[in-house]
Design a protein around this ligand. Structure first.
Ligand code: OGA
Ligand code: MN
Length: 206
């Protein structure tokens, strides 16, 4: 692991420990983002409307979230995505050591928010499933402008923070703790959205 990357992971572990969240710019380099965007374009037709809730309780609710998703299967994911998945594995090993956690795996989907769509304020843990420990979102939107909206808004006890979905930026936060929402944008908003789990992903949707 190169020094620059381990510096980023250090910053991430500190942020999670102290504030419950961290923002890492250039988690993906511009050329890595480009390669993933090419994959998005070829796979766009397979995106499906995202639902809310878990397993049998899953339902599509237009009023709560308007994004389209495609789950990433690591055995078949294209090379540009494999680079990102590898980096998430390194992130897991690092925070496990730095914060004495026993995170084991992740689940992740590609995400498209069409113009005008949003995701209302929510928590990423389900009532009957608390295995999602850290939410990790990597954005793929070049030269995003504040006036275009689409911020991730994180709610804290006495304040809130708006984060722009800028290409290459990774946001990581406590799934059990921090409520958040996605504000509507005037431009299509692309990301890789994942959750780091304390169980193996292949045990999940049984
Ligand atoms: C989610 C989510 C935030 C974002 O998919 O659960 O909150 O910035 N995404 O895309
Ligand atoms: Mn969320």
């Amino acid at each position: 692991m190169d020094v620059a990357f381990s510096d980023k992971l250090n910053h991430l572990a500190d942020g999670i420990a102290e504030n419950g969240y961290a923002i890492i710019d250039n988690f993906l380099a511009p050329d890595e983002v480009d390669a993933i965007l090419d994959e998005f374009k070829t796979g766009m037709l397979q995106f499906k409307k995202a639902g809310i809730g878990h397993k049998q309780e899953k339902q599509i609710n237009e009023g709560i979230r308007g994004d389209y998703i495609q789950w990433i299967d690591r055995t078949t994911a294209a090379q540009p995505l494999q680079i990102y998945l590898l980096r998430l594995n390194e992130l897991i090993s690092f925070v496990n050591q730095a914060l004495y956690l026993s995170l084991k795996d992740f689940e992740i989907h590609s995400t498209v928010y069409p113009v005008g769509t949003y995701y209302r304020r929510h928590l990423d843990q389900f009532k009957k499933d608390d295995h999602r420990k850290l939410s990790v979102i990597c954005y793929l939107n070049k030269d995003w402008k504040e006036s275009e909206g689409g911020q991730l808004r994180i709610y804290f006890a006495d304040t809130e923070l708006d984060i722009m979905p800028e290409a290459g930026r990774l946001v990581c936060f406590r799934s059990d703790l921090l409520e958040h929402e996605v504000l509507p944008a005037t431009r299509e908003r692309l990301s890789l959205t994942g959750w780091i789990l304390d169980q193996h992903a292949d045990l999940r949707h049984l």
